[in-house]
Design a protein around this ligand. Structure first.
Ligand code: 13P
Ligand code: SF4
Length: 367
């Protein structure tokens, strides 16, 4: 019933509507997405699909329903409604809709504008702050992207973290990386940066210099915020040992949000798009154990019936906030759209969007 309601509303709206779906979404939601991808691909799609040369907008895009989490909808809003795109559409906005506004990201919530500003202020007392490039993982608030854009910094995704860190280190002596410590550490080590040059910033409010001495800060190349993803941090070394015992010819592939010991013991690590590509392009009969979000692993297994694809852990790890988008709340978005009164519109404040766009454009240029 709900499937039918959604499909007929989609037909009526035609190309006025685009539904974007992140790989971690429920299967029944993904079934209605026009485009499916990881956060980098979806950012790019939001930026590109919102551009129409026809200023009269006859048949042009008006709404994006983002089946993902809050920071992704914010990113889509900033890119789709950039000053250049607005000008191309004669000033008309593309409204970005999140079917459940409570669908956030617990990792993104681990760094706030206030706590990062406090860290920045403390660092500026002991080192030359002009030599520090702030880098925010795209899993962060628009305010933090704006913080980076304003200070010569940049945003990254798991797909281009290395290129972004190289970009940043070619412009500054060190990087302050937030919120995900694991992506930052895994990428830095892969680039050959010594563990001695990586400092951990403990964001507890009452700690001076994030628990570091001036000497540690001074010799650091990468300062890592202490955020993490509870979905990916659940994978442990023991899971790799168990799966290798159970399936001797298995290849272990994990997301770089996993702990460093897990990433270093896995056969491969890469972004969501990388994992999908690697497994899809592997020869029939290949065996994979995958350390990432559970719904995504199940979908890869279904799409690759000629291969063995299992979850790295016996108990899959699901992202609960991605799961907040359901067929019910997706279906409930259509009537208000057709009435011209869309619900759950995510709109980033203009001033914040202006600087956040700088960080996001640099991210897209380093894809
Ligand atoms: P991707 O950047 O690989 O889409 O990952 C987003 C995310 O939230 C991973 O936990
Ligand atoms: Fe955030 Fe982790 Fe969920 Fe990704 S999987 S959206 S990082 S909580």
């Amino acid at each position: 019933m709900l499937h039918k309601i959604i499909e007929s509303a989609k037909k009526r709206l035609g190309n006025r509507l685009l539904i974007l779906g992140h790989h971690y979404q429920r299967e029944e939601v993904i079934a209605h997405a026009d485009l499916v991808g990881d956060s980098f691909q979806l950012s790019r799609m939001a930026a590109e699909r919102s551009v129409f040369s026809d200023v009269s907008n006859a048949g042009g895009l008006e709404f994006i329903i983002f089946c993902g989490v809050h920071f992704m909808a914010e990113t889509a809003d900033i890119l789709a409604n950039s000053p250049a795109n607005l000008a191309r559409r004669g000033g008309r906005r593309v409204e970005v809709i999140l079917p459940d506004v409570l669908a956030g990201c617990s990792m993104a919530d681990m760094a706030s504008y206030e706590t990062v500003s406090n860290c920045w202020e403390q660092l500026s007392r002991v080192i030359n702050i002009d030599e520090v490039i702030p880098v925010t993982y795209v899993n962060s608030s628009a305010e933090l992207k704006s913080f980076c854009g304003e200070r010569g910094g940049i945003s990254c995704t798991s797909g281009n973290a290395r290129a972004v860190l190289e970009w940043a280190l070619s412009r500054g002596r060190r990087v302050l990386f937030f919120p995900d410590q694991h992506l930052g550490r895994n990428t830095a080590l892969k680039m050959g940066i010594s563990p001695n040059e990586i400092a951990d910033w403990n964001s507890a409010a009452d700690l001076e210099l994030g628990g570091n001495s001036v000497e540690i800060i001074s010799r650091s190349k990468i300062l890592l915020w202490d955020g993490f993803c509870c979905v990916h941090q659940r994978f442990l070394l023991g899971h790799i040992d168990e799966i290798r015992n159970a399936i001797p010819n298995v290849r272990v592939i994990v997301h770089p949000e996993c702990r460093q010991d897990v990433v270093s013991k896995a056969d491969e690590a890469g972004s969501t798009a990388y994992i999908l590509k690697r497994i899809t392009e592997s020869p029939p009969g290949s065996c994979w154990a995958v350390g990432t979000e559970g719904r995504f692993v199940e979908r890869i297994a279904k799409q690759n019936p000629d291969k063995t694809v299992v979850n790295l852990a016996f108990q899959p790890s699901y992202c609960s906030t991605m799961g907040l988008i359901t067929l019910e709340n997706l279906a409930s978005m259509f009537n208000p759209i057709e009435q011209g009164k869309p619900l759950n519109v995510i709109r980033v404040d203009e001033k914040i969007a202006k600087n956040a766009l700088i960080a996001l454009q640099r991210m897209l240029e380093n894809g």
